[in-house]
Design a protein around this ligand. Structure first.
Ligand SMILES: Nc1ncnc2c1ncn2[C@@H]1O[C@H](COP(=O)(O)OP(=O)(O)OP(=O)(O)O)[C@@H](O)[C@H]1O
Length: 300
């Protein structure tokens, strides 16, 4: 698992990470969300031993990266997919990584197949698209079959098929019991993939929550439509709900949840044409939590 404890990282006058604490457990995909410049990459760099913390700690399986005996077998990472030697082939790149980390070369072909690069294994990486480089970076991250994965914006540069592929892959990796931390500045990417969300802004923790909890927190009543609206309003208010009529004729009900409203209507034989939680989308919730900066990030 991953444990970030009271982590602070300053670069001169800039505080990139400011007293950040959170955990990433095995068997979950945790989305690490925040606008550009929120401190996500810096946190990941400290986790991976590429930057020293000013104070606090970022631990993998209870240890600092430098203390891991076989780092690639404990934590796989993808930070910058373009940081690959362009003159090497995909196969040679992975074989070199495997050899220098005491990992059997047999795994290389297996991984190239898994990430969909088997057909271009002997091509030079210099000619790869960003999406292909991302796939290669993911293969490298998985080389040591690590229990922990740290991926910085892995969806960047992928086409819609690639995005779906990575979603399924991350879910499968968590399903195998791995702890997956994946950063993004877009909630839309994370709400389909992550179980938990760690949201940061200006280096600080804004929310550490499950996707469901965040949705519930921003829920605003229940939308109900019925051809016998008048009777339904009577039944709902008698049960203690407050009911407003929306401009389009629907009812906005607060004080009762979807299940209770359905039961009340059924008990009175009132048909319902629609009943659903009326809430802010997760994207709206995220934008409200992080102020306007996230909207700026989302546009980039
Ligand atoms: N090596 C560095 N030297 C100086 N400042 C840095 C350095 N690395 C990051 N920063 C600053 O720290 C802050 C956090 O940056 P960081 O890259 O961690 O954010 P981020 O959430 O990953 O954003 P992005 O999605 O844009 O990468 C920013 O203000 C950035 O300019």
């Amino acid at each position: 698992m991953i444990e970030v404890r009271e982590l602070t990282k300053r670069y001169g006058p800039t505080t990139a990470v400011d007293g950040l604490s959170f955990q990433v457990f095995r068997g979950t995909v945790t989305g690490f969300l925040g606008p550009n410049g929120a401190g996500k990459s810096t946190t990941m760099r400290v986790l991976l031993g590429l930057a020293a913390p000013t104070s606090g700690a970022a631990l993998v399986n209870g240890r600092r990266y430098a203390e891991l005996r076989r780092p690639l077998c404990e934590v796989g990472s993808l930070l910058d997919a373009t940081a690959v030697h362009g003159g090497r082939t995909a196969y040679d790149h992975l074989r070199w990584l495997a050899r220098s980390n005491g990992i059997g070369v047999r795994r290389v072909a297996e991984l190239l197949e898994q990430v969909g690069l088997a057909g271009v294994a002997r091509k030079r990486v210099g000619g790869f698209s960003l999406g292909m480089k991302q796939r290669l970076g993911i293969a490298a991250a998985l080389l040591g079959d690590p229990g922990v994965l740290v991926l910085d914006e892995p969806v960047n540069g992928l086409d819609p098929d690639g995005v779906r592929w990575i979603r399924r892959l991350l879910r499968a990796l968590a399903g195998e019991g791995r702890a997956v931390l994946v950063s993004s500045h877009l909630m839309s990417e994370m709400e389909m993939t992550a179980d938990r969300l760690v949201i940061v802004d200006r280096g600080r923790l804004i929310a550490d929550t499950s996707v469901e909890e965040l949705a519930a927190r921003f829920q605003r009543g229940v939308l109900v439509r019925s051809p016998r609206q008048g009777e339904l309003v009577g039944a709902l208010t008698a049960a203690g709900a407050s009911v407003d009529t929306l401009p389009d004729g629907g009812l906005s009900v607060s004080g009762l949840d979807v299940a209770r409203i359905g039961e009340l209507a059924a008990a009175q034989g009132i048909p319902l044409h629609e009943v659903r939680p009326l809430g802010a989308s997760l994207e709206e919730a995220y934008l409200r939590l992080t102020g306007g900066d996230a909207a700026e990030g989302a546009r980039q």
